[in-house]
Design a protein around this ligand. Structure first.
Ligand code: ADP
Ligand code: MG
Length: 228
């Protein structure tokens, strides 16, 4: 038990350290990016503008890495809360609408008429949904559709993200950290999402067909106060 406790302490201090460092890097990054944009606007040289844009893109890459990486560390301030899952999907829908319309992808939300109450970390499950929805949107080409659907069962709920995109070729690599097929991908989205869902005692199921689309389903048990 002593050993287990020590391991647990080590893991949780590592987690808060990670979150802290990621957070501390983000702030100066934002400042640097802001000034670069200002320089870009002021500059008359096409060459300079090109280099500045390149630098901004690299900063954005660090930003994306930190964003995904931070999901691994649980912020201490957030707790499990009893919420209506429909509110979560609505806010994710809203958050992703601009990006989806930029990519010409139609977002659809399919939720029950009644409240779907469940205990979870709202911010962390929201991050999972954003990761998975972003992947779905990016997988779509022409006439893309991404549906986020919620189903309520006796002991668990499911959150499904259904796309009609390119499909996943490397299913067995999907959850491996840093596995990405994108030029600017971090390869951390799926890895972090699995970690968060398992933290909720749930699991993720993936069904995919090449050139037909992908369905990712999150199963979340309805936890009671005694289990959390
Ligand atoms: P990233 O999005 O940064 O590449 P992820 O961990 O989120 O990292 O995803 C890993 C890889 O899995 C992606 O690069 C992509 O190849 C594949 N993938 C994930 N979701 C989908 C999807 N819905 N459709 C097609 N491919 C997907
Ligand atoms: Mg991703």
């Amino acid at each position: 038990l002593q050993m287990k406790l020590r391991e647990f302490e080590k893991a949780s201090s590592l987690a808060s350290l990670t979150a802290g460092i990621a957070h501390e890097i983000r702030n100066p990054l934002t400042t640097a990016r802001g000034f670069l944009q200002l320089f870009e606007q002021r500059s008359d040289s096409g060459q300079d503008k090109e280099y500045i844009e390149l630098t901004i893109r690299e900063l954005d890459r660090i930003q994306a890495l930190l964003q995904d990486f931070m999901g691994l560390a649980r912020p201490d301030c957030e707790h499990f809360q009893e919420i209506d899952a429909r509110n979560l999907t609505a806010s994710v829908y809203q958050f992703l609408s601009p990006e989806a319309s930029l990519c010409n992808v139609e977002l659809v939300c399919d939720v029950p008429e009644h409240p779907v109450m469940i205990r979870l970390h709202p911010g962390r499950i929201k991050q999972v949904l954003i990761n998975l929805m972003q992947n779905a949107v990016h997988a779509c080409d022409k006439q893309g559709h991404v549906t986020l659907s919620v189903h309520d069962f006796d002991n668990y709920i499911t959150l499904s993200i259904i796309d009609n995109g390119c499909g996943i070729t490397d299913l067995h690599q999907l959850f491996r950290p840093f596995f990405t097929t994108k030029q600017t991908g971090t390869g951390l989205g799926m890895f972090v999402s699995k970690h968060i869902v398992e933290e909720h005692y749930g699991h993720i199921q993936v069904d995919s067909m090449q050139n037909k689309g992908t369905t990712v389903t999150i199963y979340l048990p309805k936890l009671t106060l005694s289990t959390v």
